[in-house]
Design a protein around this ligand. Structure first.
Ligand SMILES: NC(=O)C1=CN([C@@H]2O[C@H](COP(=O)(O)OP(=O)(O)OC[C@H]3O[C@@H](n4cnc5c(N)ncnc54)[C@H](O)[C@@H]3O)[C@@H](O)[C@H]2O)C=CC1
Ligand SMILES: O=C(O)[C@@H]1CCC=N1
Length: 274
């Protein structure tokens, strides 16, 4: 018998862990979360850290659950879904997939058709409740299903509905992968600070707090990033010297190309794993 309140994670890797951490921190009872994960150490860590029910059998985790959260890699999504198709047809759960690229139509087909499918693209700050998730619902998802999916992901941070599924690859390239871009910038800033003679621990603290402070100004002021940047930039000053260097090096075009390539990779993941 499946229960609407029980949630099954199929795959208990990095992103599942971040989402589970967010859910538990915001009051979802651990007893309502079941996780299926083949790697022993990951399974044991989830049970130890969050108190959730764990196992290695996908159907066993999914059987009692009204909502399935598919958190496996795009490359194995087809095999995982096809193995769960009889259960999906019998129980008609709400299925939420967080896989990059994989489309609602593919998930539908692999699960046997007629299943309510939501595509969600969260990001790892979900662990702190500071994530953001783009959501797309297939036509089979009713109002309750949309609310259920949105409430689930709201425990990870803010949610944004996307009407055109084709744009989910752009969401993935912007916010799904986005934390890695900020971490890359932090790595580069730290290395540069050390090269300028700062001790490593000082460089780390300075970069960490700068990223945090800038992110808070961006979100809490609601102001345009260009205006916030302008206020740091004294004419003829140090910031101007740095920003001109970024611009001369093609920073904006590089960011645009990086996000375009990530978007294209989403499409390729769909085609390659069909
Ligand atoms: N890491 C991230 O920042 C984000 C990842 N995603 C998506 O989340 C999904 C998972 O990504 P990660 O957590 O990064 O990868 P991961 O590799 O950390 O997690 C996937 C987990 O699935 C497990 N697994 C492998 N075969 C399985 C099977 N047959 N049944 C059940 N579990 C199985 C693996 O052992 C692994 O722990 C991907 O589809 C990715 O596109 C989405 C948003 C952000
Ligand atoms: O790199 C990836 O493919 C996944 C999807 C978004 C973040 N990580």
């Amino acid at each position: 018998m499946s229960s609407a309140s029980t949630l099954a994670f199929i795959g208990g890797g990095n992103m599942a862990r971040s989402l589970i951490g967010g859910l538990i921190a915001r009051g979802t009872p651990a007893a309502d979360i079941r996780v299926s994960e083949p790697v022993d150490v990951l399974r044991e860590a989830l049970a130890r850290d969050f108190g959730v029910q764990v196992g290695a059998d996908n159907a066993e985790a999914a059987g009692p659950a009204g909502l399935w959260l598919l958190a496996v890699k795009p490359q194995i999504m087809r095999a995982v879904c096809e193995a769960l198709a009889p259960l999906a047809q019998a129980n008609r759960p709400l299925v939420v997939s967080i896989a990059a690229g994989i489309t609602a139509a593919q998930l539908q087909r692999w699960l046997g058709g007629g299943v309510a499918v939501v595509r969600a693209m969260p990001n790892t700050p979900a662990l702190l409740g500071a994530g953001v998730t783009g959501l797309f619902a297939s036509v089979e998802v009713d109002r309750n299903g949309r609310e259920h999916a949105a409430n689930l992901l709201a425990s990870a941070g803010r949610t944004v509905w996307i009407d055109d599924e084709a744009r989910m690859d752009a969401v993935t390239a912007t916010s799904g992968s986005g934390p890695a871009y900020i971490f890359l910038l932090a790595e580069a800033m730290e290395a540069a600070a050390i090269a300028e003679g700062l001790p490593a621990d000082a460089a780390r603290t300075l970069v960490q707090e700068t990223v945090l402070g800038a992110a808070r100004m961006l979100t809490e002021s609601g102001e345009d990033p260009a205006e916030l940047r302008r206020r740091v930039t004294s004419p003829g000053g140090t910031t101007q010297a740095a920003v001109e260097t970024f611009e001369a090096g093609g920073f904006r075009a590089l960011v645009a190309q990086a996000i375009a390539n990530a978007t294209e990779r989403g499409r390729q993941l769909s085609a390659a794993n069909d």
